[in-house]
Design a protein around this ligand. Structure first.
Ligand code: ATP
Length: 643
């Protein structure tokens, strides 16, 4: 071992043991983390860890839209430093390099040094490094030469800054690195300032891109800069609530570390949201000022309205007329009950509140949860769905919370991250939450209350940021009463409950049929059409399996149809027969005078079968639920139940 390397290891050991050094505190703290938390051995040098192509593709796909946008920033920065020996890395929030620009003549050297697409710079295995330590601290920093923990990285100088998404979550890290550099760390000071400046540009461009349909407010201490290069940029929904921001705006507005997401503009500034309209048109720029309520700080403002939509002037908190975010808008074709659910849900997409979705099986609870996720600022982070009823009780804890290597019999040697941590930054969808065992409920409650998870076999909790959406078709209140569901967990989930109506009660069945057929037409390149008899059968069915049953019925019908024309015979049998009361097909087992109306026909058949629903259903060739539904619809009550 050469003497420089030996001296480096010696210093690492001393600092990790608590001996002060001349290093920056952020470096000292990271060294200690590497030894104590990550259990890295300073005497072992590690090769750069480069992910195989397919794993890299997964990381890139997860942030596709963001990557395309950030690329402009990367290229612009590279133009500033080209020829100075720097390479640029953009990593995801796990430290995996998902974009890279560097001089191709140094390809081999760069790859070996880990300055390459797919390299994994997480502090947990790469040790102190600009990207990894930036992720661990959420701060911009330079890790210069011997600041690196791993002696293999000593030749490098790396400077990185965190890129936050519009909801304040870490989205990426921008890094500028060089294989060779002058010895003094101060030589990288300008690199640090440039990285921070470009991160600000990327965050702001990302915000504009995400909130093209919303109000965007630009703020600056300088009148001239408010328009062209504002420091603080906010997006507001139609009710004047903050739905997005760049990081400088977050720092300006966060109180005691609490995000400004969801707060009303008028609460933060001495300016009613209606006045923004005047900021756009009427007022001269020097008069477009407002003050931050908390500190009195004066700022110049510019406001950009959403295209062709103006803020409601008299009812700033009424979102009623505003368009829903696209993913939520396409969940319903105008059914009033579902529309009300979606309008309320739209107001909560960016809150941290846990949500509960109630509804019969197949009504589209998961579909709604996904639409909520896609409408939120978490849209570029994972949506992880867990079916609590499908997981065996003894596996649910290890699947959800993860475990350390070898922590129980059957645990794998590598340990498991756990689905909650997989969903970090995104949404965790817990389907059939009513089926979760009580012990897991207790641990889940801790995740929701303290925002941390303790994997099995680990003593220290890991902080995690997930938005939990639970779903159930069961009556949770009954489960609480029966002692099968924790009341405190119920109250935590109960903050916002949405009920998805069963398909038989929805007024937009025709729209849904049309939409699903159009999706299939696009998928298969076939123009599917329904004959009137087929449509009547679909309209007449009770859909006990809800949207899922409709999806399956249409898949079947499309598959067996001739040239795309779907006739009654192409509809699955049980659905064909329930169209009876609308279409009254010839195969009805009972012949009834054609001039009778459907209610009279049903009453007569019931009477003839002594009000026995099963016998009536058999006689008419439909299932019992159809008879009950039609009785309900026509207000027919069996005589023995009338009193
Ligand atoms: N609005 C919709 N538009 C198109 N497809 C939908 C819609 N709602 C639900 N679906 C489809 O219906 C099927 C069932 O939906 P989903 O799995 O969300 O129901 P669920 O209520 O979560 O079911 P379960 O209670 O069984 O978990 C899925 O294939 C889903 O894609």
């Amino acid at each position: 071992m050469d003497s420089a390397r030996a001296a480096h290891i010696d210093e690492l050991v001393r600092v990790s043991a608590g001996v002060p050094s001349v290093r920056d505190a952020i470096i000292e703290n990271s060294w200690r983390r590497c030894v104590i938390d990550h259990k890295l051995d300073p005497t072992i040098g590690r090769e750069a860890h480069i992910l195989p192509q397919e794993r890299l593709r997964e990381h890139r796909d997860a942030m596709d839209e963001f990557l395309r946008m950030a690329r402009f920033g990367l290229e612009a920065l590279y133009r500033q430093v080209a020829g100075m020996g720097y390479v640029l890395l953009l990593t995801d929030s796990n430290g995996v390099t998902v974009d890279f620009i560097g001089d191709p003549t140094f390809d081999n050297h760069l790859r070996r040094a880990g300055l390459y697409l797919g390299s994994d710079w997480n502090e947990g295995h790469a040790g102190t490094c600009a990207v990894g330590t930036c992720i661990a601290t959420a701060q911009a920093l330079t890790v210069h030469q011997t600041d690196h923990f791993d002696a293999t990285h000593i030749p490098l100088t790396c400077t990185a800054a965190p890129v936050f998404d519009s909801g304040g979550e870490l989205a990426a890290v921008l890094d500028i690195s060089a294989l060779h550099s002058p010895e003094p760390k101060i030589s990288q000071y300008l690199a640090l300032q440039m990285v921070k400046a470009y991160v600000h540009k990327i965050e702001t461009a990302n915000l504009y891109n995400n909130f093209r349909r919303d109000w965007v407010v630009k703020l600056s201490a300088s009148q001239e800069f408010a328009e062209v290069d504002p420091d603080f940029v906010l997006a507001l929904d139609g009710g004047g609530r903050v739905v997005g921001f760049n990081h400088k705006a977050h720092d300006l507005l966060a109180e005691d570390g609490v995000s400004p997401l969801g707060r009303s503009f008028a609460e933060l500034f001495d300016c009613e949201v209606d006045e923004l309209v005047r900021f756009v048109r009427a007022l001269p720029t020097e008069q477009r000022t407002l003050r931050l309520r908390r500190t009195g700080l004066p700022l110049f403002a510019q406001a950009m309205p959403p295209p062709a939509v103006s803020l409601p002037r008299n009812h700033p908190h009424d979102l009623g007329n505003d368009p829903l975010p696209e993913p939520l808008r396409v969940v319903s074709g105008g059914d009033p009950a579902l529309k009300a659910v979606l309008t309320r849900a739209a107001k909560l997409v960016n809150t941290r509140m846990s949500l509960l979705i109630h509804g019969e099986t197949g009504t589209g609870k998961e579909h709604l949860a996904k639409a909520l996720h896609k409408s939120s600022v978490r849209r570029n982070k994972p949506f992880v769905a867990v079916n609590c009823a499908a997981l065996p009780e003894n596996l649910i804890e290890s699947e959800l919370f993860g475990y350390e290597p070898g922590s129980f019999t059957g645990a794998t040697a590598r340990g498991k991250k756990g689905l909650i941590l997989e969903a970090d930054g995104g949404t965790l969808f817990l389907d059939e939450i009513g089926d979760m065992p009580l012990s897991s409920q207790t641990r889940l409650l801790r995740v929701l209350a303290e925002r941390e998870v303790t994997p099995i076999g680990r003593t220290k909790a890991v902080s995690v940021d997930v938005r939990v959406i639970g779903a159930t078709h069961r009556d949770l209140v009954e489960l609480v009463k029966a002692g099968k569901f924790r009341d405190d967990l119920y109250f935590r989930l109960n903050g916002a409950v949405f009920t998805v109506p069963p398909l038989r009660q929805r007024g937009d069945l025709d729209w849904l049929i049309e939409r699903l057929l159009a999706e299939r037409a696009e998928r298969d390149g076939v123009a599917y059409r329904l004959t009137p008899a087929a449509l009547a059968a679909l309209r007449g069915h009770g859909w006990p399996g809800n949207v899922r049953e409709l999806v399956n019925a249409l898949d079947y019908a499309c598959a067996v149809s001739d040239g795309g024309l779907i006739d009654l015979a192409d509809i699955p049998e049980p659905v064909q027969h329930s169209g009876l009361f609308q279409a009254w097909p010839a195969e009805a087992a009972e012949t009834v005078a054609a001039e009778e109306d459907p209610a009279a026909r049903l009453r007569e058949t019931l009477r003839r079968h002594h009000w026995n629903v099963s016998a009536t259903a058999r006689a008419l060739g439909v299932d019992r639920s159809t008879i009950h539904r039609q009785m309900h619809r026509f207000g027919i009550v069996a005589p023995h139940r009338a009193e």
